[in-house]
Design a protein around this ligand. Structure first.
Ligand code: ZN
Length: 179
């Protein structure tokens, strides 16, 4: 007979305390398993979004004309991001381009940023930048702030890997330089 990992022995007697304790333990194990399952599917969803943006980067066609431009470099990982912004007279980001090379997190973060700030006002883009930073610093982020991130909320998964936060923030630091 092989012991199951989450096996809780059944109550051998009808002792009331024992039964109560048994039920509580069973609840605890069930809750733990439910939570673990939820976290796993959240991780899967984060990974799926990040890989999708890495393989199919959005807003990565170079622009020409009178633009704001910058290049950022993360020496720890060798990541590079080039950001071009076209800001119209109403202070809206009317067009942009994010290109670069490096690890999946840096490049997908650039793509996620391009997707969410395209068409936004400079003020909105600054706010989104702030929310992303708070998210990666593991600070509390309000639900409606999370909603305003679009798919970029998937970058939250990076906070579990502190050494990769610089990768995730590379494009967002480039954005701060320009707006
Ligand atoms: Zn990197």
């Amino acid at each position: 007979y092989k012991r199951q990992p989450n096996y809780v022995p059944p109550p051998p007697t009808q002792n009331e305390d024992y039964i109560k304790n048994y039920e509580q333990t069973t609840d605890m194990v069930n809750n733990y398993n439910r939570e673990k399952q939820m976290n796993n599917s959240l991780d899967d969803m984060y990974n799926e979004i990040i890989l999708d943006h890495y393989k199919n980067p959005r807003r990565n066609s170079k622009l020409s004309g009178d633009l704001l431009e910058t290049k950022s470099h993360n020496p720890f990982c060798g990541d590079e991001i080039e950001l071009q912004l076209d800001i119209d007279k109403n202070d809206n980001i009317s067009d942009l381009s994010v290109t670069g090379r490096g690890c999946a997190i840096s490049q997908s973060s650039g793509s996620l940023m391009g997707e969410i700030i395209y068409g936004k006002s400079v003020i909105e883009a600054k706010r989104i930048n702030e929310i992303i930073r708070n998210l990666l610093k593991n600070e509390d982020v309000a639900d409606n702030d999370l909603d305003s991130l679009g798919d970029a909320f998937a970058l939250e998964g990076v906070k579990k890997f502190p050494v990769r936060i610089k990768c995730a923030l590379l494009s967002w630091s480039a954005l701060i330089e320009l707006i």
